[in-house]
Design a protein around this ligand. Structure first.
Ligand code: LER
Ligand code: MN
Length: 271
């Protein structure tokens, strides 16, 4: 069954970022639960900064589950990435993501490789960078598989990476990996910038779609921009998508309004 989630960032540097709730996990769980969300997607500073028992208790208290966990704090705070020319930076990046894979996996949730994919550095060799990315995903995919969850890879728009911007290019790349345990996270905000036709791209990705970031064209809650939502929902139904619909949007005009508007849109389109 398709389920609703809302994002919570616990990383102070991302206060201007596309997360509905910020800083206070307990308050976010209370508000998400009261609004009827099925889960929360957490963006932690580091896996070690979370107390698993406390997270479990908050989720239980508010009738929520962990939908997924972002790993981008490794980039935001330490400039780690899986395609840095320095092998030590790549290893630290893999360790950073791996710890989140383990934590999230314990809750039956996936970790997301988004910003941590990095980019091909100026003057560097693209094939080499893709080989590094492939090698790391081939280690992280089986690590997630051992916990019974897929790893999520997110194509980003051209202003955030030069690795893969479109769904088709990302699908082709995933096909070159040894692991079959990496699925696509499709973020409607990035897709709106890069895709010629969003529903067509979703249909082509088909069973590889593992998670959706539900955002309008301006990265506000769905319903606050001009995205043509109906054909996208039609495409998700066409591929029998049954994962998370997670609001990774700006808290505009405020967190509660963004969350409430998301929930109204979710009810309208998926219930
Ligand atoms: C970044 O723009 C984004 O969409 C995040 O989900 C990546 O981790
Ligand atoms: Mn995203």
């Amino acid at each position: 069954m398709i389920r609703s989630a809302v994002t919570v960032s616990l990383v102070p540097e991302t206060r201007q970022g596309p997360f509905v709730f910020h800083d206070d996990l307990a308050a976010a769980c209370r508000d998400a639960g009261a609004l009827g969300f099925d889960g929360i997607e957490v963006f932690p500073p580091h896996a070690d900064d979370l107390d698993g028992l406390q997270v479990r208790e908050l989720l239980r208290e508010h009738g929520l589950v962990l939908a997924a966990m972002g790993t981008g704090a490794g980039w935001v705070r330490r400039k780690l990435s899986l395609t840095d020319p320095d092998p030590h930076v790549r290893i630290c990046g893999r360790d950073f993501i791996g710890a989140i894979v383990d934590f999230a996996g314990g809750f039956g949730a996936s970790a997301i490789v988004g910003s941590m994919q990095g980019r091909v550095a100026e003057g560097a060799n693209r094939e080499e960078a893709l080989a590094w990315l492939g090698k790391e995903l081939d280690q992280l995919g089986p690590r997630a598989h051992a916990l019974g969850v897929p790893l999520l890879y997110e194509p980003l728009n051209r202003y955030e990476t030069n690795l893969f911007n479109t769904v088709d290019d990302a699908v082709e790349f995933l096909g070159t990996l040894r692991t079959r345990n990496v699925r696509l996270l499709l973020d409607l905000f990035h897709m709106n910038i890069e895709e010629a036709d969003l529903p067509d791209a979703i249909r082509r990705a088909g069973p590889l779609v593992g998670h959706i970031h539900f955002a309008d064209t301006n990265r506000n809650a769905i319903g606050m921009g001009h995205l043509d939502v109906a054909p996208i929902v039609g495409a998700l139904r066409h591929i029998d998508y049954d994962g998370w619909i997670s609001a990774e949007v700006r808290p505009r005009p405020d967190s509660l309004t963004a969350a409430r508007t998301t929930m109204e849109s979710f009810q309208r389109w998926f219930r």
